[in-house]
Design a protein around this ligand. Structure first.
Ligand code: F0G
Length: 479
């Protein structure tokens, strides 16, 4: 080693980001009173709160990515043609490179359907899967809420069977339950969400994906991935299962094991808009659904647009082309996931109950543990109160627990609750510096110190509604 390089050899305590800022946006100056007035007007519903008053907007990691200058430059080259814009071919080439699938040429093994976002792709797929059929069940390690809703709206049961056995891969499907379901139920396809957003953003192992493939082969069933956070999932596979492989190699292996996938390009597409459904041709799916490609194409044309842009503008398409290049680089993913981890570690040091190990895109607070020893009960929706009060400091978080996934029966007046009770702090990609996250953690710590005095959240509107967390209004009240 050279003398000079030797002198500068050390292990830094802090890791630099993989990028620098090339444009910034200043916060809108506002007072706590401005925020209070806005929060009351919003019925303390975080979704209705104006983003201009947030300092640290952790509502979602979806569509909130700060673009790279390469993406911005590419967007200027977007071709807004009605048919076969020039970005479309680039997009197909990039999908081929990123996912290791073939889409171009006469011998292409896959077909792609573009949508404006993933839920439109889910809607198209499950409309076809459910059409004219009864008694179907689609098992998954964890259906996202829109996936779940799209499945059930088509008369199919959405079943979550997450495993609790693996040390690193807490997002895995329970293969014993999968076997039982395949053996006894009418399953049109098996789904696996990488990473498992519903289960605190936990990753799925390559071994688990390969096991699903084997069971699907045995029972002659198609296997689809919900691939929204595929690159983050690949990072965890590299860390804990495949140290010697590169991220692109792992991604190719993941996608070689499935018969199709839906993807929101608003996550690991690093774009602000976009979604896709990709289907491998000639698989077992076509035995039950021989016309599915034609039907999906008709659905796409009727509800979205021409197949070569499908609900995305030419600019969006170019942004995705660039995003899919960046997202599988080791530097980007290290920077991304280690930032989430540093934030989680800091919350943990502060004594805030967090779900561990940390997933790829968010840190989840355990609401039941947060209020342990206080008078707060699940029916008091302490997660809602916490997210509501935090708005006054600036950070916006999202309750994904007793309220979002609970239900109210107006006939009996009873609430039912999900098995977990979380608040999610989703970290947008390339947007915040660690200080912003530490600030949010300090605000949470302040309320944790005062947890005995946090009021309950009483739902004054919408508690009986479907997807009620988007629509409800609350009052904060002391008992
Ligand atoms: N699947 C998963 C695993 C998701 O996390 C999401 C969206 C979707 C499908 C639907 O994608 O928004 O493009 O229609 N998740 C966002 C979130 C909304 O905040 O977790 P979309």
């Amino acid at each position: 080693m050279n003398k000079f390089t030797q002198l500068t050899e050390f292990t830094p305590k802090h890791q630099h980001r993989a990028y620098v800022n090339s444009a910034v946006r200043f916060h809108t100056p506002c007072t706590k009173e401005d925020r209070l007035a806005a929060a009351i007007k919003a019925g303390w519903n975080v979704f209705q709160f104006p983003s201009k008053f947030t300092v640290g907007d952790f509502l979602s990691d979806s569509g909130t990515t700060t673009p790279t200058i390469e993406q911005l430059a590419a967007s200027l080259l977007g071709d807004e043609a009605y048919g076969t814009n020039w970005g479309y071919e680039q997009l197909l080439e990039q999908f081929e490179k990123t996912f290791g699938i073939t889409l171009l040429g006469d011998d292409a093994e896959w077909e792609i359907f573009l949508f404006h976002q993933c839920r439109a792709a889910e809607h198209a797929l499950f409309t076809q899967i459910g059409r004219g059929k009864k008694g179907l069940i689609i098992p998954s390690n964890g259906h996202f809420d829109t996936t779940h809703a799209n499945i059930e709206m088509n008369g199919i049961e959405a079943l979550d069977i997450v495993s609790v056995n693996d040390h690193f891969f807490l997002g895995n499907i329970d293969t014993t339950k999968l076997f039982r379901t395949l053996n006894t139920e009418n399953v049109p396809l098996v789904y696996c969400t990488v990473t498992n957003n519903t289960m605190a953003g936990q990753p799925v192992s390559l071994e688990n994906i390969a096991d699903i493939r084997r069971w699907c082969d045995k029972f002659k069933k198609p296997f689809f991935l919900d691939a929204c956070r595929f690159a983050e999932n690949a990072w965890f596979i590299k860390e804990n299962e495949r140290q010697r492989s590169t991220i692109p190699e792992i991604v190719h292996e993941m996608f070689s094991l499935c018969d199709g996938f839906t993807i929101s390009l608003k996550k690991d597409g690093l774009a602000n808009m976009g979604g896709a459904l990709c289907v491998k041709k000639g698989t077992v799916l076509f035995e039950e659904y021989p016309d599915i490609l034609d039907n999906l194409r008709d659905h796409q044309i009727c509800t979205e647009a021409h197949p070569t842009y499908g609900g995305m503008s030419g600019r969006d398409i170019m942004i995705v082309v660039e995003g899919l290049k960046t997202v599988v680089t080791q530097e980007y993913l290290d920077s991304r996931i280690l930032q989430v981890r540093a934030f989680g570690d800091y919350l943990d040091e502060l004594g805030i109950p967090v779900v561990k190990p940390f997933g790829g895109h968010a840190v989840y607070l355990d609401v039941d543990k947060f209020y342990e020893g206080t008078l707060m009960r699940r029916e008091d929706f302490g997660g809602i109160s916490l997210t509501a009060l935090l708005l006054l400091n600036g950070p916006r978080l999202c309750e994904l627990g007793a309220f979002a996934f609970g239900t109210y029966d107006p006939k009996t007046g009873k609430e039912t609750f999900p098995p977990f009770n979380y608040v999610r702090i989703a970290i947008p990609r390339n947007k915040y510096e660690i200080e912003d996250l530490f600030y949010a953690a300090d605000c949470i710590k302040n309320l944790h110190n005062k947890r005995d005095f946090i009021p309950r959240a009483v739902c004054t509107h919408g508690k009986e509604k479907t997807l009620r967390h988007f629509k409800a209004r609350f009052e904060l009240q002391y008992k």
